[in-house]
Each structure stands twice: as C-alpha cells, then as structure tokens.
Design a protein around this ligand. Structure first.
Ligand SMILES: *Cc1c(COP(=O)(O)O)cnc(C)c1O
Length: 196
C-alpha cells in the first residue's frame, strides 16, 4: 500500500481506516505513519477510528506522544459517535488527549432509525460534541447494506432534521448530510432547501 501511494503522485491525502487502525500495535501504526510521512506528495494523513468511543482507554499518553510526532505534516483524527449517550466522560477524555497532542478530532456519524433520527436527539448530540471540541464533519445516510435495513431513515426525514438544525443551532455544530454513492462514485450532498 505504501509503495502504491509513493508511486502515485496524484495522492495528496492518505486515510488509515477500517478495520480499525488503532487495533494495530503502536509500532506497526507508527511504521505506517512514518512511511507515509516520508512521501513528499502526501500532505495530509487521517486516522479513522471508533476507538475513542468504544475503547477510550486505548488513547493514552504513549499513543498520543507517538501521534504528535506526525502532526506537523497534518494529521487528523476522524471518529464516530452516533448518540449523546456515547459521549461518556471516558470518551471525552480520550478526545481531550488527542486534542492536547494538537490533533484535530472530527466526527462522522450515521443517521440511524430509532437511535438519532429526531431533531431533539440530534441537536443534543451535536451540542455534546461541541462541548468536547469535536467537530461534526459528516452525517451519513445509512447505506443499503444487507442486515441493517431496519436502521435506514427516509432521506426526506433526514433533510427535515437538517433543515431544522440549520435554522436553530450554531454553525460550528453542523455536519454535512451526505449519501455515499455505491461504486466509489463519491458522496452526494443531501441539502435542505434554501429558498423556502
Ligand atoms: C468519504 C470518503 C473519503 C474522504 O472524503 P472527504 O469528502 O474528503 O472526507 C475517501 N475515500 C472514500 C472511499 C470515502 O468514502
């Protein structure tokens, strides 16, 4: 993978993501960061991980001291909270450690039926993220994946929630609501109406 990235000059940004890169031991993870950092055309690296939410004690000072060495290149941390109840004191502390190491922490969540598909829950949730200095980045429309149909929310309902959020809460708390198109065709923005 590193060899491919180094041969492919168009790649400006590399994402270490799922599985979960923080399930790697610290040496292997550092090997990836070090290798990518040594490639001149790679100007930014992201780590995508749900570990701050599900295993917050994994984010310790040793890990942050290691990550910190790669930050000036531009290292970003993308995590996934989906509900206010996931924003526990332990999770908040994990994010605080990353932020303290100078690594911006952003959130990508999924709109889930019966979990966060109401204006009130979403508003409280986004405020919870702002309180711990985690920037809401994307809100994903749940993909049509086998076995998760019962979590899918109607796009129009999602847009209605976004519209109300847009009108009522701080812009700093607003994620972009998107549908990740199948087949690598990118993300389609699901924008609330602007001219009503
Ligand atoms: C979303 C996504 C990215 C990152 O897209 P940004 O809009 O820059 O956050 C990269 N690769 C894949 C496959 C993605 O789905």
């Amino acid at each position: 993978m590193v060899d491919y990235v180094s041969r492919t000059k168009q790649i400006r940004e590399a994402i270490l993501s799922g599985g979960d890169p923080l399930m790697l031991n610290i040496e292997v993870l550092e090997w990836f960061l070090h290798s990518l950092k040594s490639i001149p055309h790679v100007e930014a690296i992201r780590i995508g991980s749900r570990i701050p939410v599900v295993l917050p004690m994994r984010i310790n000072q040793d890990l942050c001291d290691m990550l910190k060495k790669y930050r000036p290149l531009s290292l970003w941390f993308l995590t996934q909270f989906n509900h206010p109840r996931e924003v526990t004191p332990d999770a908040a502390e994990a994010c605080e450690l990353l932020l303290g190491a100078g690594i911006p922490v952003m959130n990508q969540s999924v709109l889930l039926k019966g979990v966060n598909d109401s204006y009130e829950v979403m508003r409280d949730f986004l405020y919870c993220l702002q309180r711990i200095s985690v920037k809401p980045y994307y809100l994903f429309q749940c993909e049509p994946v086998k076995g998760v149909d019962h979590f899918r929310v109607d796009i129009w309902k999602g847009m209605e929630i976004m519209e109300k959020l847009w009108r009522n809460i701080s812009g700093l708390c607003l994620p972009r609501y998107v549908f990740d198109l199948p087949g690598g065709r990118g993300k389609m923005p699901l924008q609330p109406f602007s001219f009503l």
